[in-house]
Design a protein around this ligand. Sequence first.
Ligand SMILES: Nc1ncnc2c1ncn2[C@@H]1O[C@H](COP(=O)(O)OP(=O)(O)OP(=O)(O)O)[C@@H](O)[C@H]1O
Length: 360
Amino acid sequence: MARIDLVELAHSYHGTGVDPANFALKPTSMTWRQGGAYALLGPSGCGKTTLLNIISGIVKPSRGTVLFDGRDVMPLTTQQRNIAQVFQFPVIYDTMTVGENLAFPLRNRRMPSAEIEARVRQIAELLDLVPHLGRKASRLTADAKQKISLGRGLVRADVAAVLFDEPLTVIDPALKWELRSKLKVLHRDLDLTMIYVTHDQTEALTFADTVVVMHEGSVVQTGTPEELFLRPDHTFVGYFIGSPGMNVLPAEVQGRQARIAGHVVQLERSYCGLPIGARLEIGIRPEFVRLAPPSPGLLGAKVERIDDLGRSRFAHVRVGDLRIAARVPRGLSIEPEMALAFEPAQIHVYADQRRVEGAA
Ligand SMILES: Nc1ncnc2c1ncn2[C@@H]1O[C@H](COP(=O)(O)OP(=O)(O)OP(=O)(O)O)[C@@H](O)[C@H]1O
């Protein structure tokens, strides 16, 4: 296991002569804690695999350094970096049995047979593969083959980190939930540093203690699932995490007031000296906007649609040109013309998409 530091990493697949705004990975410095369970979350093409491949040594970055426990690993190959990787599709030997597949990374390291057997058994038990240990891998379903890939990634206790690149893509949806929970237990039991790449917020939030959100080649926030929900540092995080995503509304902001579509909304904190010329927006999650009967003090809204999610209902409303999602309280009778009440403590202010910390 290792602490992994990324120091001023940046990467362009087209040489460093191109505009840095077009780099696949924009300058990034961060630390992955030893023993942490991380998810690297973002939409397709945002640079997740590039970052993962730089850590493992598959891609040489255009700029910057990777340190494992303070040691520069840039001159080292993937194998020398001692990283285990699990990819989207199973990487196993069909001609070997399940047990032989799991043992393979350990035999390669010349581990004593008794230790190999004990470790293979432990991993097989954790992944419910014990009944299959003696079977040829070729006879198994795609799900079971991917479980073997996961097992092969986890079987070595001495790796610097285990990197998972969308490992549950081929898994049946019903099994996905189970395997994700299993990975979390495995992380606790095996005490490994794990980085799990996904574009699926549910996968990220259920697996990780810390979620790293990427957008257009940059890490825009690193935090616990709760931090990402309650205090998105970037409008993209607000929009990408949560369902429905955060409302992001153009606003004029002065002191403790924001003006949205001509209506004044009170803020809990004060915002003075906001950057001149910046695009100002407020962000508030639908959970903290309440649909209410029309009232003189509230922002009037036209109801377009109600989504019933079983445990909660959300209204999609229109205020002038703006579309806003709001929570529908139980028992509220809904008319075409309603109003919105905002929870001041949950309103964030953004300048050019970055959250601004207000003053008390
Ligand atoms: N080998 C390559 N050569 C040129 N461009 C590449 C290469 N690999 C990735 N890219 C580009 O770099 C950017 C980041 O890609 P990357 O695969 O890292 O993103 P990602 O978030 O992992 O996406 P996905 O989930 O689709 O794999 C994209 O614009 C992609 O087209």
